[in-house]
Design a binder for this molecule. Structure first.
Ligand code: FES
Length: 154
């Protein structure tokens, strides 16, 4: 069930749109900010509130890869798997991260600390290879630097 706090925030966003559905992405982001991800049940309830069908809202939610439809860890690592980053060494960096965390792309650590996800270009190709942890962008980290960076996320 959407909480009063979530509803208040969503309604504040919707005030900027002529139709409720216009604010559907902001509504989805609001729910995710509170819950970490968007379950089928939550999506159906939100769709009803936005006067959309679950299929319509579901298609929006799956189009944007920063909206999570499955549970994720406390921190989400987005690894750029596009060409520039791959050419600049993302393969080796990714292999190191996978070994260090004991997971593969698409998985979450057993302690729920990290989820590791692939992502198309993160828009910082000049700093390749690039990854993002939560909302923090990191360009050209080496193996030692990435270990220090990861240690900062508990
Ligand atoms: S290709 Fe990786 S940030 Fe653009």
């Amino acid at each position: 069930m959407l909480t009063p706090e979530e509803l208040t925030e969503i309604q504040a966003e919707l005030a900027r749109y002529e139709q409720k559905r216009g604010g559907c992405i902001e509504a989805l982001k609001t729910v995710q900010r509170h819950r970490g991800w968007i379950s089928d049940e939550t999506l159906a309830e939100l769709a009803d509130f936005l006067e959309m069908t679950p299929a319509e809202l579901g298609s929006v939610s799956t189009f944007y890869n920063l909206l999570f439809r499955k549970p994720v860890g406390r921190h989400v690592i987005l690894v750029c798997t596009s060409v520039s980053c791959w050419v600049m060494g993302m393969g080796d960096l990714l292999e190191h991260i996978e070994k260090k965390l004991g997971i593969n792309l698409g998985e979450t650590t057993a302690d729920g600390r990290f989820t590791l996800l692939p992502n198309v270009c993160l828009g910082a190709c000049d700093r390749a290879p690039v990854l993002m942890i939560d909302s923090d962008l990191y360009g050209d980290p080496d193996v030692k630097t990435i270990d220090e960076i990861l240690a900062g996320y508990v």
